[in-house]
Design a protein around this ligand. Structure first.
Ligand code: GAP
Length: 454
């Protein structure tokens, strides 16, 4: 029995081994290892044709629910490189570190905070039982240089957390957008960390993408807004997964809080890797604006237009990973189903239709019947202006359905001989494999209602 199978059994419900997702991702064009022809770079990945569609849908849906539908939230897009002082002020140069221990016997390396408690107490390697070294400290920030002339080049960093741009632009947003506290700023953007132990596919990477809300409040209203956004984000994740029981909150203990947080909760999702962080809800208080005021010399305090009270706003942060969402959604959606007819099993990605990379596949029943092909191509041409549509006439219809199931396409439209008589098509739904007849004229509306969020 493999380690993965054991874990699967221990949880009581079948969970998908990561290897199946890695294999599907490469085979069907979701995710590729970066620079693969040169042997790859650990912890860095590229997204293929289906991956980029899924990723864009995930991002757009987040933006829609966080920015577009909240009047007190606006968005920005900041740069990856900033002034190096930003990272001194943020505390990352000093505090953004991992403590690592090595096994003196088998030479394996572990993050100290990832060791099981028993091994930590006994200072023993979790793999071979050997003695562990004293912990050594490694900074996770990725360095880079601005300028070309030796001696005049300025060392700075690729941002270690995307949210810093929001604090840097906070005052500009305030002055240019008529926002008043309480209000929030959102951003989706890349972050870079020299993770010492990248791994588990997209779960821990060196280049990844984060989505952040930084919500600025009066200190007296902090608890209320913290509770509000904590619940809002939990419900958001619950709304896009099938296995609702695999989502939970976990409060951070005092010894694991990040240097900027006074309180934190993780929204965790359960996979074969166990319960793991998906998004962090952080009580950042006045840490960020106070530090940037202090290091930059700019006053970032806020004056209430009515009461004239002046204060440094406190911040509620909700910070999650686009890539971790991508991975968790695939793990949540993947299923291998026995075929009722006893033939090959069916692999299906039960992705929410809003997020599925391809919304519809248009299939002529037979490739060698010109009228079927022409009608199917016409339907596809109309649909592709509204949603991602694929035309497919290769192999028998059963195989084509399976191909679409495997990539999570919620609807297949089949053009058959009845279509030529009555201008209706068969719409086959992915999850239940049920089929209905829909008039060609009504097809765009029928599909749009089912694949577009509202
Ligand atoms: N601004 C706060 C912050 O960066 P974090 O808990 O370090 O907090 C937020 O990161 C989210 O970013 C995590 O919940 C996770 O989803 C994602 N994340 C963090 N490190 C990651 C990594 N190395 N690879 C992929 N995603 C990561």
């Amino acid at each position: 029995m493999t380690q993965t199978e054991e874990k699967t059994q221990a949880t009581g419900t079948p969970m998908v081994p990561i290897e199946k997702i890695v294999s599907l991702s490469k085979r069907r064009g979701f995710v590729y290892p970066n620079s693969e022809i040169y042997g790859g770079v650990s912890g860095i990945y590229d997204f293929g044709p289906l991956g980029v569609e899924l990723r864009n849908n995930i991002r757009r849906y987040w933006w829609w629910s966080m920015v577009q539908t909240n009047d007190n939230v606006v968005g920005i897009e900041g740069s990856i490189i900033t002034h190096p002082r930003v990272w001194e002020a943020s505390g990352h140069v000093e505090n953004f570190v991992d403590r690592l221990v090595d096994c003196k016997n088998c030479k394996r390396r572990f993050r100290q905070d990832h060791l099981p408690e028993e091994n930590l107490l006994k200072n023993k390697c979790p793999v071979c039982g050997g003695e562990l070294t004293e912990p050594r400290t490694f900074n996770l920030m990725m360095e880079t240089y601005i300028g070309v002339v030796e001696g005049e080049r300025m060392k700075t960093y690729l941002r270690g957390e995307a949210c810093q741009n929001i604090y840097l632009d906070y005052d500009n947003v305030l002055k240019s957008s008529r926002m008043q506290i309480p209000f929030g700023i959102c951003q989706i953007g890349k972050a870079f960390r020299n993770e010492v132990t990248p791994g588990n596919f997209l779960f821990r990477q060196r280049e990844f993408e984060q989505w952040d809300l930084q919500f600025f409040v009066h200190p007296g209203e902090m608890q209320q807004w913290f509770d509000y956004w904590k619940q809002f984000r939990f419900e958001w994740y619950k709304g896009i997964i099938n296995h609702k029981d695999r989502l939970r909150f976990r409060a951070h203990g005092p010894d694991e809080l990040a240097h900027y947080a006074k309180q934190a909760f993780d929204i965790e999702y359960q996979t074969v890797l166990g319960w793991q962080e998906w998004e962090g809800i952080h009580w950042r208080q006045d840490w960020d604006l106070s530090r940037h005021s202090q290091f930059s010399g700019q006053d970032l305090s806020y004056t209430d237009p009515e009461t004239k009270e002046r204060y440094i706003p406190w911040i509620v942060e909700t910070s999650g990973g686009v890539d971790r969402t991508f991975l968790n959604l695939l793990l949540d959606a993947y299923e291998e189903e026995p075929d009722p007819a006893g033939k090959e099993s069916r692999t299906v990605l039960r992705l929410h239709p809003w997020l599925a990379p391809v919304k519809v596949a248009v299939l002529p029943l037979q490739k060698n019947k010109e009228e079927l092909v022409t009608t199917a191509r016409d339907i596809h041409k109309k649909l592709r202006r509204l949603m991602v549509s694929q035309y497919d006439d290769i192999a028998n219809i059963g195989r084509r359905y399976r191909r679409q199931d495997e990539i999570g396409t919620p609807f297949c439209v089949t053009v058959d001989f009845q279509t030529l008589d009555d201008k209706t098509v068969t719409v086959r739904e992915r999850d239940g494999m049920t089929q209905v007849r829909v008039a060609i004229d009504e097809l765009p509306m029928y599909l749009q209602e089912r694949v577009t969020w509202k």
